[in-house]
Design a protein around this ligand. Structure first.
Ligand code: BGC
Length: 887
């Protein structure tokens, strides 16, 4: 495989630094640069595009150092029906280093159009690359008028029932191309001749159906034969009453075209999946399985009792949007090895991992035998499942056997958050393998790795990644198990970064941002949860995730369209917050720094911090959001807004200091960890005050015997600010704490995913055991222990910083992050008093390296002075660091 990486190895010994050789020497003739990894709207060869100016990206690969793109050329062609091609966009040679998110600007893209594209680049050594391999994107249905038939439904009044829709299609000739545009809400699954179309589950992703409704596009060419039975099962999902809209467009080898719409379908309310809701689970009666379901419908008059007419139905209101984020899929499976029998005939399978998904069973029973599967995160002392914390979610699947040999079943329209599965109704003792557990989530790709010499931190990392992976179900959910599972914006404010390092959210966050903007009222207010099903309007001002979704998508993925498209809405939200100020202080708050250890909450039942004023959090976030709008406006070339919001931010910082700076104590508000860490993070503390604030912060941690007192938000800022301001060992002690409250304490008490509270709690109160909001230590691993930090001034990792904080206890830390430009790697290790640091810097990026020493003169690389190393430019010494620029 080609190396596009730069590879430095730095050794530090007894204060004398030598950089030792590894990686490639600078070659005499430059090796060729390859253009690869072509993506359209961050997807590889998407066929469901409906954006008029989709953004195109690519990567460079080279084994040489310091390779940078100086120019590019993109050519896009359209394949015409007669096999000819037409050039629709040729940029010519464009002098630009940009390789990420370049908006298409050729001839107007057309619905159903298939477009091929390729790129070549010029690099700083003067070379011209070869053309990349060709990639493509295909447009879906871009206009409402492309949909030839309305929504259909079945007579209402069957809550929880699955509706089956069926139609037959017989093409006159062999099929050369067939596309299916399918939207059945809440969830749908389609088979053609009994074969499931695609591998999505729980499709489409949820939305505010009165604003936008997602459809999926499938290439079904290979599915179609002479006579085809299309069967679509539609379940309530998040919508409630099943509704279907679909269109299958077929071209035959003779060039004839045929369209099958929902208007050709019949509907029936009875099939084997009897009932399904997200919170309560699914009921499946295998006795109702019938081959006839997959056979052509035989008309038997208007009042056919089985296959009734599918009625045209009102539109749910939203416009049709192609689903561009990764669909929900079964991403993994595992077989629980531990089975107990806490009560005669009741078996409990222990997955040994809390997760989101479902269980597939294999049973042999008599006709009519009824199996019940109850899902839970914890057990009672007697070994039975404890479902109290699921509140009103029944989380139970029921399977009724048909009694024909071994039967294998899994639900399709519900999911559960669980570690334990209690199975009731079996005739014999189950064997290991009777039950297979499936992980189900939006299939975003993993992007990060982290390991270090402290096993506890590795386990914490694993716990956090598992929690994030349990909470991606169309929206970033707060939890996967109880009667909630909502996209809470306050949690996401800190969760975004820990999530971004671990998974590719270039498409998923763009989708969720649309959900947030769909909640917005004309006066700018958004809601605490998106889509709006819970919480308040206006949202708590801590919902900075509205802006962060866009800003981080720009910083990590270079997505500029997202800033452009959401700018007005985000600004309106900030204006609304500003309108709620009195003397610069935001006058409301509900959660603030939510869910601190109970001793620091208003009461044992409350999750509101008692020592961190809610209005301090609200006002701090107004400052943060106003600053972000100022930066976004600058990126978009709106200098007047940029100035206006910078002034708003400055005024808010002044008010914040006026209201909460306590000169006597040298800290903010009650001088607690949250208030001081947050003020430092925001950057509103004047230079002369910083040392006192940092001292107070560190002393408070020590006073609590190296424990935090913070909630979901300020835990992030606490670790980061301690590290940034010279207290990395204190931060490390917090991160490695094993007594209450801490991540280590959760692990000691059997957690495999993060809890919602710092306390171990069961019962029907608020105590999810799979809640990502407390997981910000994970971004600290990437940003501080590995030192990988993006640079928003040069987004999409065109430039970034590598600044590892080498803590005393660790002997090594190593990890990678897959950026849109390639893989960044940062590995450091200590052996025999010597520290070695190896880094990889992708082609077409530059990095500022912070070498953790002040002794730059003796710093060596590849056996020679670092200052003379190819591709490495000495910048300066700064504090405890020596800075180099590397490309
Ligand atoms: C959610 C939390 C959220 C909180 C805000 C809870 O029900 O699970 O994640 O932060 O509500 O009130």
């Amino acid at each position: 495989m080609k190396q596009n990486l730069y590879f430095w190895s730095l050794s530090l010994m007894m204060g004398i630094i030598s950089l030792t050789a590894s990686g490639k020497q600078s070659p005499t003739t430059a090796p060729p640069t390859t253009v690869t990894g072509l993506r359209c709207e961050y997807a590889v060869n998407p066929i469901g595009m409906d954006i008029a100016d989709p953004q195109l990206s690519w990567r460079l690969e080279s084994s040489a150092r310091d390779v940078r793109q100086t120019a590019y050329q993109i050519v896009v062609t359209r394949a015409a029906e007669d096999g000819s091609t037409e050039e629709v966009w040729n940029t010519g040679k464009v002098t630009s280093p940009l390789a990420t998110a370049i908006p298409y600007a050729g001839a107007a893209l057309e619905s159903r159009g298939h477009y091929d594209w390729r790129v070549k680049v010029w690099t700083n050594d003067g070379a011209e690359s070869a053309w990349s391999e060709s990639a493509f994107f295909e447009m879906a249905l871009m206009k409402e008028s492309d949909w030839l038939h309305e929504w259909i439904a079945y007579a209402p009044g069957n809550p929880g029932r699955i509706i089956y829709f069926k139609g037959t299609f017989c093409p006159p000739q062999a099929v050369s191309r067939a596309r299916l545009y399918l939207s059945g809400i809440g969830y749908n699954e389609m088979t053609i001749n009994g074969r499931k179309v695609g591998d999505h589950v729980l499709d489409p992703v949820q939305s505010n159906y009165s604003k936008r409704i997602y459809y999926s596009t499938y290439d079904v060419t290979e599915y179609l034969g002479k006579e085809n039975v299309l069967l679509v099962a539609v379940a309530p999902g998040w919508y409630g009453m099943p509704r279907l809209r679909m269109q299958m467009e077929v071209t035959c080898t003779d060039g004839s075209k045929h369209i099958l719409t929902a208007g050709h379908l019949r509907a029936v309310a009875t099939g084997p999946t009897m009932y399904s809701t997200i919170f309560d689970g699914e009921i499946y009666d295998a006795r109702l399985e019938s081959e006839a379901l997959h056979q052509p419908y035989v008309p038997s008059g208007l009042m056919d009792r089985v296959w009734g007419l599918a009625h045209n139905a009102d539109s749910p209101g939203g416009h049709m949007v192609s689903q561009k984020c990764e669909p929900i899929k079964v991403v993994d499976s595992l077989i629980p090895q531990k089975i107990t029998e806490p009560q005669a005939g009741v078996y409990v399978f222990d997955t040994e991992q809390n997760l989101a998904g479902w269980a597939q069973i294999q049973v042999q029973g008599k006709r009519g035998d009824t199996l019940r599967l109850r899902f839970a995160e914890t057990l009672y002392a007697n070994g039975l499942v404890n479902q109290e914390n699921l509140r009103n979610a029944k989380a139970m699947d029921t399977y009724i056997c048909k009694g024909e040999g071994v039967e294998c079943w899994e639900p399709r329209f519900t999911y559960h958050g669980f570690r334990y599965v209690q199975v009731e109704g079996l005739r014999q003792k189950p064997q290991v393998g009777m039950l297979r557990v499936k992980w189900v989530r939006n299939a975003v790709e993993p992007t990060g790795t982290f390991t270090c010499s402290n096993e506890l931190l590795n386990r914490i990392h694993h716990m956090i990644v598992s929690t994030e992976a349990s909470n991606l179900h169309g929206v970033p959910t707060d939890c996967p198990q109880r009667d909630e599972r909502m996209g809470w914006l306050n949690d996401l404010t800190v969760r975004i970064e820990q999530a971004l390092y671990n998974f590719d959210f270039s498409r998923f966050y763009a989708k969720f941002l649309d959900d947030v903007s769909d909640t917005q009222d004309p006066d700018g207010t958004i809601t605490c949860v998106a889509p709006y099903r819970f919480g308040a309007r206006p949202a708590d001002p801590v919902s900075a995730s509205y802006l962060l979704l866009a800003w981080k998508s720009y910083e990590f993925y270079g997505n500029r369209s997202i800033l452009r498209d959401h700018y007005a809405g985000m600004r309106a939200w900030v204006d609304f917050l500003a309108s709620r100020t009195e003397n610069g202080i935001v006058n409301y708050s509900y959660y603030g720094d939510w869910s601190p250890p109970t001793a620091f909450a208003m009461s044992p039942e409350s999750a509101v911090s008692k020592d961190t004023p809610g209005k301090l959090m609200s006002t701090g976030y107004l400052y943060y959001c106003a600053s972000m709008i100022a930066q976004m406006a600058a990126v978009l070339g709106n200098s007047s807004d940029s100035q206006t919001y910078r002034q708003l931010a400055d005024r808010t910082a002044e008010a914040f200091n006026r209201e909460w700076w306590n000169e006597e104590q040298g800290g903010y508000a009650t001088n607690n960890q949250a208030a001081n860490a947050f003020a430092l993070f925001l950057g509103v503390v004047s230079e002369d005050r910083i040392p006192r604030v940092v001292k107070n912060l560190a002393e408070d941690v020590k006073r609590h015997d190296n424990h935090l007192t913070t909630g979901n938000l300020c835990t992030k800022y606490l670790l980061e600010m301690l590290t940034r301001y010279g207290e990395k060992e204190t931060a490390y002690r917090l991160a490695t704490q094993t007594t209450y409250p801490s991540g280590g304490y959760m692990l000691e008490n059997g957690a495999t995913t993060l809890w919602e509270r710092w306390e171990y709690a069961t019962g029907d109160a608020m105590n999810s055991h799979n809640h990502p909001m407390m997981g910000s230590v994970d971004s600290w691993f990437y940003k501080y222990l590995l030192g990988i930090m993006p640079d928003v001034e040069q987004p999409a990792f065109a430039h970034f910083t590598l600044q590892p904080y080498v803590v005393e206890d660790l002997t090594f830390a190593r990890g990678t992050y897959q950026t849109v430009k390639g893989v960044i790697r940062s590995d450091w290790s200590k052996t025999n008093g010597q520290l070695t640091w190896q880094v990889s810097i992708p082609a077409n990026t530059t990095a500022t390296l912070y070498v953790p020493t002040r002794n730059s003169a003796s710093l060596r690389e590849s056996g020679r002075s670092a200052r003379k190393a190819p591709g490495l430019t000495f910048l300066r010494e700064e504090g405890e660091w020596t800075l180099f620029e590397a490309g």
